[in-house]
Design a protein around this ligand. Structure first.
Ligand SMILES: NC(=O)c1ccc[n+]([C@@H]2O[C@H](COP(=O)([O-])OP(=O)(O)OC[C@H]3O[C@@H](n4cnc5c(N)ncnc54)[C@H](OP(=O)(O)O)[C@@H]3O)[C@@H](O)[C@H]2O)c1
Length: 500
């Protein structure tokens, strides 16, 4: 019992460990088919309680009662009893002195044969230390798939019980979601299109064999079914903020989501479906992307009312497409265009916080099911205020070109016009993306009564500091270049200059 108790990986006190170890020992003996078992242990209190000669202290009462009940009912529970028949449990020599105040006799505990009928696989004792104890239970709310198998202490080499297919795992948010899932011992199925190299960086994030890249074609239903077949969780991170000749906004951001939800529903064993949408998604948005995202939310919730919708604000992080794009513009052209004058309000969020919110929702007891969360950072900035922070980190003189909306649209229009008219692909619109320009005509911040990080038990990071430290790569004299003083002070109070 002593050596077994050292293997117990649950946070229990000394007495509980002793009692629980006895219980495990007895179950193990049953598994091994032993008829006579000698139990050795140190805690007299536990022995007396097991022998029924004194009542157990409250900390081990449940365990002892469960044991006594199973004795009385003959239901030994979740493990198969290879021994069969009645068996004798005898306390060993070291315990003889402890039982009955030292005088005594061997204590025998009879454990009856497991009932031939009934549930042999799981313990029926719900109040006791059975399958419903947190150690065996799952925090994942299950719908139709039964209990998930969990094992280990919750780290990378544990088994979380979650097998997640993450559509869009090869993208910016995807890598952080996969990393956070993998580090709790989740098996992650990574559908990818294109080259085998696309998901390669994800493989190291989990234990051997836990990250499984699977080639698929988003337009082939069978291939989607194949990548979802073994999963009990589906995350949809697929999205794109510009159209290509092959894919419209609607197909990527709406139709694919709807199709995934329909297949997940048909699957029948998908316990959780999380759809990543966008803050500002609305059928009345000026942006086609945001209208498509709103349609996707509606379709997903129609198919799977228990799905969870995450609406992140614009995401910031090492591979982002906002701060990096701005810094590149500032470095390459010496200025940053401020579309609409830079007065639009946004609420940027750290990408790792968004990944954290997704994983927190998965791990909860089901409270996030059927809910919509708006994930914005702790601060609201105008575009210009955020640009100033960027300039501050890259230690460049802030220079802006204010571009009124009509002019920005005129610059962006030719790509949209020519996209399906020329027989070759057009460049990706990084700075002047017509749809994003339209989205910028409205402020995009978390709405007042929305569920947020707070409701998932998380506090999002402030952007100033580590989340945007990756921008130091843009400092022209290396990471230590320049001063940490605010620009105004460093540059004689002038601070900002505009080119009009
Ligand atoms: N980035 C943001 O600031 C932001 C803000 C709010 C909401 N969101 C939403 O959050 C989600 C993840 O964003 P992200 O920044 O990680 O996006 P991302 O880096 O562009 O990645 C998008 C993912 O979607 C996949 N994808 C795109 N078009 C596809 C298509 N036609 N067929 C199949 N897969 C396709 C990509 O696969 P490939 O690698 O094969 O291209 C990639 O895995 C998206 O739904 C996005 O709309 C993003």
């Amino acid at each position: 019992m002593g050596s077994m108790s050292k293997k117990m990986d649950i946070p229990l006190g000394a007495l509980e460990v002793e009692a629980k170890t006895f219980e495990e020992g007895i179950l193990l003996a049953g598994d091994l088919g032993l008829k006579d078992i000698v139990l050795e242990g140190d805690a007299k209190v536990v022995i007396d309680a097991l022998a029924g000669s004194s009542s157990p202290p409250s900390s081990i009462q449940m365990i002892i009662e469960g044991f006594q009940r199973s004795k009385a009912s003959g239901d030994r529970g979740r493990r198969k009893d290879k021994a069969g028949g009645d068996r004798r449990f005898v306390f060993g020599d070291r315990l003889k002195d402890k039982v009955d105040g030292g005088t005594a006799a061997l204590v025998e505990i009879e454990v009856h044969r497991l009932k031939a009928s009934g549930d042999r696989g799981r313990r029926k004792d719900k109040a006791g230390y059975g399958a419903d104890h947190p150690r065996y239970g799952s925090t994942l709310a299950t719908k139709g798939v039964g209990h998930l198998v969990r094992k280990g202490t919750g780290g990378r080499s544990s088994v979380s019980g979650i097998v997640a297919t993450v559509f869009g795992a090869t993208g910016f948010l995807g890598r952080y979601v996969v990393q956070q899932l993998a580090k709790i011992g989740t098996q992650v199925l990574v559908p990818f299109r294109g080259s085998e190299d696309n998901p390669r960086h994800l493989k190291l994030m989990g234990d051997l064999g836990q990250i499984v890249p699977m080639k698929y074609d988003p337009r082939d239903e069978n291939s989607i079914k194949a990548v979802m077949a073994k999963a009990n969780v589906v995350l949809n991170l697929i999205g794109r903020e510009y159209e290509t000749r092959n894919y419209s906004f609607e197909e990527v951001n709406y139709t694919m989501a709807e199709q995934l939800a329909m297949i997940a529903k048909e699957h029948g064993g998908i316990a959780r479906f999380i759809q990543v949408s966008c803050l500002g998604a609305s059928p009345s948005s000026p942006s086609r992307l945001l209208r498509a995202k709103a349609a996707a939310e509606e379709a997903v919730l129609r198919e799977i009312p228990e799905a969870t919708i995450m609406r992140p604000a614009v995401m910031v992080g090492t591979e982002d497409r906002i701060m990096n794009t701005w810094a590149r513009s500032a470095k390459n052209y010496g200025f940053l265009p401020l579309i609409g004058g830079g007065s639009t309000k946004i609420q940027p969020v750290y990408v790792i916080d968004v990944a954290g919110a997704i994983v927190a929702a998965l791990k909860d007891d089901g409270t996030s099911m059927g809910k919509i969360y708006e994930l914005g950072g702790p601060d609201i900035f105008t575009i210009r205020e955020l640009a100033e922070i960027m300039y501050d980190v890259i230690r460049e003189w802030p220079r802006y070109v204010k571009v009124p909306f009509p002019i920005a649209k005129a610059i962006a229009m030719p790509r949209e016009f020519l996209l399906n008219k020329v027989p070759f692909p057009l460049p990706v619109p990084f700075m002047f993306n017509l749809d994003q320009i339209l989205a910028l005509t409205k402020d995009t911040v978390v709405s007042e009564n929305a569920l947020t990080f707070n409701d998932l038990g998380l506090v999002p990071h402030k952007l100033k500091g580590y989340p945007i430290e990756f921008l130091i790569a843009f400092r022209k004299g290396g990471p230590q270049f320049g001063s940490t003083e605010p620009h105004g002070a460093k540059m004689g109070g002038a601070g900002v200059s505009y080119i009009s």
